[in-house]
Design a protein around this ligand. Sequence first.
Ligand SMILES: Nc1ncnc2c1ncn2[C@@H]1O[C@H](COP(=O)(O)OP(=O)(O)OP(=O)(O)O)[C@@H](O)[C@H]1O
Length: 216
Amino acid sequence: MSGFDLPSLTASFSGERVVGPLSLTVKQGEQVALVGKSGAGKSTLIRLIHEQVNRNSSLVPQELGLVNALPVFHNVFMGQLDRHSVWYNTMSLIRPFTADKTAVRELLADLGMPEKLWIPTASLSGGQRQRVAVARAMYRNAGLLLADEPVSALDGPMAHLVMKRLKEYFTTSVIALHDVEMALTYCNRIVGIQDGQVALDDTSDRLTAADIMSLY
Ligand SMILES: Nc1ncnc2c1ncn2[C@@H]1O[C@H](COP(=O)(O)OP(=O)(O)OP(=O)(O)O)[C@@H](O)[C@H]1O
């Protein structure tokens, strides 16, 4: 499964509705940017989608979810933990297999940080940590990418490199983005969220930055 059809998405905190009720259908091949002002409900919506599709997605959460005590290799390898036996995962913790080391090193090279394979994750910069979370999602290689501001800590050229890689790697995606130009460049559909509801839904080629800015 890479697309999804979720008819009834809602989320509340302390009895207050912050998302929905709304329905969202994403077809295979759609690369969807979720846009909207801070607090509109984008992260909550990504969490709701992830709860429903779970194992069938590669997730880049805003808070990254890295294990600081482990080197970069192991954090990226975690993307495939549920695909291996307990024995294989334990062996990989102690002495990783060559095929996995090669695959993870190649992913890191694609993201501009090949030399960081054995570096403790705690010692990385914010932008490097964000790319480790992106590499973990790529290593998982599920049909659907769910990403919450995956390039927010990266400088311009690096942000473009990572968005390009994500676009090449995942044919179907839902990505929360603050950068409107980035959304129009790397996604073929724009879904605008306002007060927890869908306020805009169109293909990128029919929208301008000004159309999207009306949400802010
Ligand atoms: N754990 C929580 N407890 C209480 N309220 C929450 C919680 N998480 C989110 N909210 C509320 O839900 C609403 C939507 O938040 P959400 O994080 O989904 O917005 P967002 O569009 O992703 O914002 P941003 O662009 O700043 O990340 C906000 O009003 C927020 O305060």
